[in-house]
Design a protein around this ligand. Structure first.
Ligand code: ZN
Length: 318
């Protein structure tokens, strides 16, 4: 195992900004990578990297031949954002995941993006882990642009996650790391799970099991290794079966239903109340029979704020 700096730039005063990766090298098998912390307020992926490093260190001690390829962990791409609890890249106030594929002569966000693209050249699979944001809690899922569906869905089905959400090409941002990698022929899956500024250890362990199983199938890990148990089969969502619940009034949202449960048409999922009085400003009811897979974590809402997403099971009618 080695920790290596793959990008350095001098800070305006005297420090150096260094962005690091952890490399586990085994045999000549495929090379895979895990990215996280591209948004500085999303921490679930950092814990996934820790769990993977712990598993791989143990493997290298107990069975040095078990690693047939190379695993690279990039836990903290937006180092400045993570250090200062900022989602975007501080100073530039730029979303780092809107600066790809970058350019080596541009401003810092572009340079860093270009360095990440260069570092990932030749990878057989990249997984970019996101943790929603501080407002919404998500079940463990992969989000896939339909443009790359045929290549990515078969991989995603083995990742031990609970949802594959297919996005139509029109709604996809082309300046993300995933789109840039997929466009250049390197398969990249975007995982969303949990909530910003927190970790959800069960979700992290679930994804670790899926990553290890996927790497074993690819020949990164020896076929005879015993891996953590998997068993999650993903539901499939697309534009046709996801319902968005947006706030009808501003106020304070209080959930009635639990995240990731079956809900029924007309069921009360939450209320929006006034902090000034006893007034109930609006009720939030499920429009369909389905699964409550996104739920608001941060209570204050403006009219129009997203509070929940409910998905009908494919094949069933609302
Ligand atoms: Zn993110």
């Amino acid at each position: 195992m080695s920790i290596e700096t793959f990008y350095t730039i001098a800070m305006p005063y005297c420090e150096q900004l260094e962005v690091r990766r952890t490399i586990f090298s085994g045999g000549k098998g495929p090379r895979v990578a895990v990215l996280s912390g591209i948004h500085g307020d999303e921490l679930e992926g950092l814990y996934v990297c820790h769990l993977l490093a712990a598993w791989l260190e143990q493997l290298q001690q107990s069975n040095p031949d078990g690693l047939l390829g190379t695993v690279e962990l990039y836990p903290a791409l937006n180092t400045l954002g993570l250090d200062t609890l900022t989602r975007s890249l501080p100073v530039y106030e730029t979303d780092l995941n809107r600066a790809f594929p970058g350019s080596p002569a541009g401003p810092l966000p572009k340079r860093l993006s270009a360095a990440v693209m260069t570092a990932l050249e030749g990878a057989a699979l990249v997984v970019d882990i996101h943790a929603s944001n501080i407002y919404l809690r998500e079940i463990p899922q992969v989000r896939i642009n339909q443009e790359f569906e045929s290549r990515l869905v078969p991989i995603a089905k083995n990742m031990n996650l609970d949802l594959i959400w297919l996005h139509s090409a029109a709604t996809v941002l082309e300046t993300t790391v995933a789109h840039s990698l997929n466009s250049s022929g390197i398969p990249c899956l975007v995982v969303e799970m949990g909530v910003g500024m927190r970790i959800t250890p069960d979700y992290c362990r679930q994804l670790v099991a899926g990553l290890l199983a996927t790497w074993q199938q690819m020949g990164v890990l020896s076929a005879d290794l015993v891996l953590p148990e998997t068993g999650h089969t993903p539901l499939i969502a697309d534009d046709s079966n996801v319902h968005f619940l947006n706030a009808q009034t501003s106020g304070m949202f209080v959930a009635n239903a639990s995240h990731w449960t079956d809900v029924h048409r007309g069921e009360l999922l939450g209320t929006i109340v006034s902090p000034f009085s006893a007034e109930l400003l609006s009720e939030v009811r499920s429009p369909v029979d389905g699964i409550l897979f996104t739920l608001r974590e941060y209570p204050l809402v403006y009219e129009g704020s997203l509070m929940a997403r409910v998905m009908t099971r494919k094949g069933s009618r609302p």
